[in-house]
Design a protein around this ligand. Sequence first.
Ligand SMILES: CC(=O)[C@@H](O)[C@H](O)COP(=O)(O)O
Ligand SMILES: NCC(=O)COP(=O)(O)O
Length: 237
Amino acid sequence: MTRLSVNINKVATLRNARGANNPDVVKVAKDCEVFGAQGITVHPRPDERHIRHSDVLELSKVVTTEFNIEGYPDRRFIDLVKTVKPAQATLVPDPPEAITSNTGWDTLKHQAFLAEVSAELHTAGVRVSIFLNPDVKLVDAAAKSGADRIELYTEPYATHYHSNREKAIASYIETAKLAKSAGLGINAGHDLDLHNLAYLVQQIPAIDEVSIGHALICDALYYGLENTIQMYLRQLT
Ligand SMILES: CC(=O)[C@@H](O)[C@H](O)COP(=O)(O)O
Ligand SMILES: NCC(=O)COP(=O)(O)O
């Protein structure tokens, strides 16, 4: 069954707005796990606009489900991951100024770089996932990079879901099928929400994990965090 990893970046955004420690990111992560989250995801960006490197170190002491650290694999990120040794690191090609993640890796162009990073993170016992657009031409190089999983970048799916969900998911189904046959695990994330999640996992049951943050934290403002996590988990059954 597909597992839910809650991305708590936006909890840190709110905390940073006043410079103190409210909401407490560590407490929220622990509560998310109590409420049923099967993983915690963070994305410590270079400018630390939300999750700080110090948060990652504190979270690593308390997260008991799967800890997933996302980021561009520069030296600071790699060293942080090797120090923390999370269950998974998800490599994204985001430039430092990106407002959010908005594309996956060109694995044909960056296969050697990704292979080098994957090998280094594997020495620390960390599973490697690489962010990927739903394009079958990218899968072979992704597999040859030594990554354990791909994470399907689902913003395009979410954008077109309401207008034509069958068309929106088609490339994801074929990419996931090829990736699975290449021995890769399948994750998915970005802009998933209570409207589009169930159809995604029904059509691609091979998805191991979805990581969801922005919409889930926004929903929690209306439904409460515990209820919201339960609502998302029900979309996965
Ligand atoms: C990789 C991915 O899709 C998410 O982690 C996204 O990067 C969220 O980042 P922000 O919370 O900074 O938008
Ligand atoms: N990898 C996707 C993620 O962690 C959260 O993305 P979003 O739900 O905040 O768009």
